[in-house]
Design a protein around this ligand. Structure first.
Ligand code: SF4
Length: 375
């Protein structure tokens, strides 16, 4: 073993059965000819990285299959990918190995196959427990799929189960959101991610709002929903630790914590991003170019930016500020920043105590703007 530093691997599976109306991620609608070619290219990408050895013997502490919908690939392909990853890079026996899944895209047998192969964490995109919420966001499936999927995952052996939820959906009232939380909690997830709906340019939802087919987002209502979430989940022992993430003690997502604590990670698959040895680089966000590149035995990377030490520290602070515990104040104590910090404190965006600085509820709402002013 050469290093125990936290290093992660992200695998982007760029396929979904349908595109949700709010989604701006890079992905394609899953067709078996495309997924098969992608699977083969991805195995080649892993082998090429294995030859280049970018991790220099560091052990993987987390592996995360995200998307898209990773379960758009058959379970045996996901298992074969995991096996290849583990033979290519040393992987900690206690590594957190996550697979994201759409609740209606899995079977009991598939879940058993994944659990037996060593996936330790499953993350279901539940979004809401109210059927009507699915319509304006173009979400496929039925709300009862979530409860069925969670039970099946547990029976298959998954203990660490995350549910992704989304609030502030068109037509959703505070009571509707409360009801979703009330229906989710008895499922006893170890981790919940709650995202406020945002409108991304170029999505169908953005067009529908522009054409007055769907009601726009009510910012105050989203804030009220956020407060309700923090309170309701805390009462159930699921504590907020990041702007959008809540967990039972000991079940914080180790892979995502890497992003917020300046950890290193290698990304595989189209559009995946990496941060290794102080350099940020990414893969092409285009499946055809990704396939061509690997067909020619070239890694499908685009740009690579080497960060200076101070840029690395600044990035670590920007991401660290997303955590509820905040960052050490002295890490940003340059004289010219002190007055900006004081201004953000008196304006209610930041709080400080015992040498740490963190975002207030208002600050969390405008986290990107606060970070921009600070750094
Ligand atoms: S399932 Fe997730 S990744 Fe796929 S389209 Fe919907 S939001 Fe996007």
């Amino acid at each position: 073993m050469t290093s125990a530093a936290e290093t992660g691997l992200y695998v982007h599976i760029p396929f979904c059965r349908h595109r949700c109306h709010f989604c701006a991620f890079y992905l394609e609608i899953a067709h078996v000819d495309r997924t098969t070619r992608f699977y083969s290219a991805l195995t080649h990408e892993i082998r090429l990285h294995g030859q280049h050895n970018p991790l220099h013997g560091r052990w993987l502490q987390s592996i995360y299959f995200g998307g898209g919908t990773p379960t758009a690939l058959p379970p045996d392909q996901l298992v074969a990918l995991l096996k290849l990853i583990r033979t290519t890079w040393p992987t900690s026996p206690t590594a957190e190995i996550t697979v994201e899944a759409h609740p209606s895209s899995i079977t009991c047998e598939g879940l058993r196959t994944l659990a037996e192969a060593g996936f330790t964490r499953i993350s279901f995109g539940a979004e809401s427990m109210r059927e009507q919420d699915f319509i304006p966001i173009g979400r496929h499936g039925q709300v009862q799929d979530t409860a069925i999927a969670v039970q099946a995952a547990r029976e298959a052996g998954f203990v660490n189960i995350n549910l992704d939820l989304m609030y502030g959906l068109p037509g959703q009232s505070l009571q509707d959101w409360q009801r979703t939380l009330e229906l989710i909690l008895p499922l006893d997830p170890s981790h919940i991610s709650c995202y406020a709906l945002t409108i991304e340019e170029g999505t169908k939802l953005a067009q529908d709002i522009e054409r007055h087919r769907v009601s726009p987002i009510d910012d105050q209502l989203q804030l009220d929903m956020e407060s309700l979430t923090e309170q309701a989940l805390a009462q159930a022992g699921i504590v907020r630790y990041e702007i959008s993430n809540y967990a039972k003690p000991a079940w914080r997502c180790r892979h995502n914590l890497l992003y917020w604590t300046g950890g290193e990670y290698l990304g595989l698959g189209p559009s995946a991003q990496s941060y290794l040895d102080g350099a940020r680089f990414g893969n092409v966000a285009d499946l055809d170019r990704y396939l061509t590149s690997l067909n020619e035995h070239r890694l499908p990377m685009t740009d690579c930016i080497k960060l200076s030490r101070s840029e690395q520290e600044r990035d670590a602070l920007v991401f660290g500020l997303r955590l509820l515990r905040g960052v050490p104040r002295q890490a940003i104590s340059e004289a010219e920043r002190d007055s900006e910090i004081d201004h953000l404190i008196t304006s209610g965006f930041l709080s400080t105590d015992q040498g740490r600085l963190w975002l207030t509820p208002l600050g969390r709402r405008y986290a990107d703007s606060v970070a921009e002013r600070l750094f």
